[in-house]
Design a protein around this ligand. Structure first.
Ligand code: SF4
Length: 495
């Protein structure tokens, strides 16, 4: 399928309600909003594809581009790996103007694949096209096919050059690359009735490791977690799983739906953020597995585990109540499902004075309304100046948001906690929720806030405050300066 046809196919997503609510013309334009002149455009399609595939840890990710497209591959989004570090190493063909003029792109790419195969012997190499290499017409598909035959390992083309669209489109094109070249290419010999896939889970700060033990307690085996801490062969065998959970995002919805169509793997969308969402996700997984032929006793075992875990987590959260009771939280969360975090924070006595519903569904918004004392506290998107005003006027004690809005809180000298993808703490599952509340406690009670809010010495000093700058004696200043220079010179001479 040509890239153009693939993009149109991705734009028509039957499993996405929003997409199906559009007419054919609007659907063709895709999901991204038109850009605002002067505003930062965000990531390109290549960036989106790489975000989705890079955390597959034992794969070498080769960027066919001039050097700048690659950026920082080592510390990109904080996904955790329990094995190889190969995925974090930058591999790029580093195309120069001369290579472009002399038509050396494909040759350079083939050489780079050879070098990676010989030096690192990975189970697979993913090759990403970018604006420059797509515009000069390099056929990465043909090079990858030749390299696969020559070096005897899968060399997978990821055709999502930056100019074709947004980061979200790139996410979906990455899913298509997995469908076309990876999933279904390996037949494991240990297929079981409790095998599941988790799609769209990035294992940020290793947070999926807080959920995996729960699944294992129920006897579920994660066949493939795409992409967080994934191994190539597990992804290649993902078609043998019995159920799929798509984590809190429509980024890989095309992958989940097509896997259902091709291999009959049912899927649902769930979240591991918040106590009730985690419990719901476990219930849904158990239900799908039973529908697919697993032992029905799994349902009771799941309920028992949920009851046990919830009792423990609420007990742990209750310990924070005396320190956090009555503190006011402003949530500007974006992708994280606002209502589940809202309900968990309220359980420890925190008051939610504002929560964004930017990416929430109609049902999510309804639940938020029920949870909040005042439904005006739910806002679609708040302008930075309004966020600042809320914090500066002391109408909230802490803001929870992504890194981009952190400086609003810091400028207002108010505590802030990162809950988006660059964060350094895991918040998934029951223990993740306890960690989130612990971090809120640490942030609010950090002694730095009383320090930075104190008036500066010159604001506090009556003498200085009353000084009229116009009345300063110019001769006195010149004399003091001369004296200072002389003293310093004497000190230096002594040294
Ligand atoms: S792929 Fe294109 S838009 Fe993306 S980083 Fe490279 S040059 Fe920029």
């Amino acid at each position: 399928m040509s890239l153009q046809a693939k993009i149109q196919d991705v734009f028509n997503e039957p499993a996405c309600d929003k997409n199906q609510g559009k007419d054919a013309k609007a659907r063709k334009k895709g999901c991204s909003k038109p850009l605002t002149p002067g505003a930062a455009a965000g990531g390109c399609a290549f960036d989106g594809a790489k975000i989705v595939l890079q955390p597959i840890t034992d794969v070498a990710h080769l960027i066919h581009a001039p050097l700048a497209c690659e950026g920082n591959s080592w510390d990109n989004r904080g996904a955790g790996s329990s094995g190889s570090d190969l995925w974090r190493i930058s591999f790029t063909t580093d195309l120069t103007e001369l290579d472009v003029v002399m038509g050396q792109g494909e040759k350079k790419l083939f050489k780079a694949v050879r070098e990676i195969a010989e030096r690192h012997a990975p189970p697979a190499i993913f090759v990403y096209s970018t604006c420059v290499t797509a515009l000069i017409g390099d056929d990465i598909g043909a090079v990858c096919r030749r390299a696969t035959e020559r070096f005897g390992l899968p060399v997978v083309p990821v055709n999502a050059p930056g100019f074709v669209g947004s980061k979200n489109l790139g996410n979906k094109l990455a899913g298509e690359a997995l469908l076309d070249h990876v999933i279904g290419t390996h037949e494991p010999d240990d297929v079981g009735p409790m095998d599941i896939n988790i799609l769209g889970e990035f294992n940020l700060s290793g947070e999926f490791w807080m959920v995996k033990p729960l699944l294992e307690k129920l006897g579920m085996r994660v066949r493939a977690c795409v992409p967080g801490d994934a191994r190539y062969l597990d992804v290649a065998a993902a078609h043998t799983a019995k159920a799929t959970m798509m984590v809190c995002s429509t980024a890989l919805i095309n992958l989940a739906r097509k896997m259902e169509e091709r291999w009959g793997i049912p899927f649902f969308e769930g979240s591991f953020y918040g106590v009730s969402d985690t419990s719901d996700a476990l219930r849904q997984l158990a239900k799908l597995l039973v529908q697919q032929g697993a032992d029905p006793a799994l349902l009771d075992r799941t309920e028992a585990l949920i009851a046990e875990e919830e009792a423990i987590v609420w007990q742990k959260l209750a310990a924070f109540r005396p320190r956090l009771e009555g503190k006011r939280v402003l949530l500007n969360t974006g992708g994280v499902k606002s209502w589940s975090v809202v309900s968990a924070l309220q359980e420890v006595g925190l008051e939610i004075v504002g929560t964004s519903t930017k990416k929430s569904t109609v049902e999510d918004k309804e639940r938020i309304k029920q949870l909040l004392k005042d439904e005006k506290h739910a806002f679609d998107a708040m302008a930075p100046r309004d966020l600042y005003a809320m914090l500066a006027e002391n109408r909230a004690d802490i803001m929870l948001s992504g890194g981009r809005t952190q400086f609003i809180a810091l400028k207002a000298k108010m505590p802030w906690l990162d809950i988006n993808q660059e964060r350094h703490h895991p918040y998934a599952g029951y223990d993740g929720m306890v960690e989130l509340v612990r971090q809120i406690d640490i942030a609010i009670h950090n002694p730095i806030w009383s320090e930075v809010r104190r008036a500066a010495p010159w604001d506090d000093n009556e003498c200085m405050r009353d000084t009229n700058i116009d009345a300063i004696d110019v001769d006195f200043v010149a004399h003091t300066r001369k004296k200072f220079v002389e003293t310093t010179a004497d000190d230096l001479a002594e040294c």
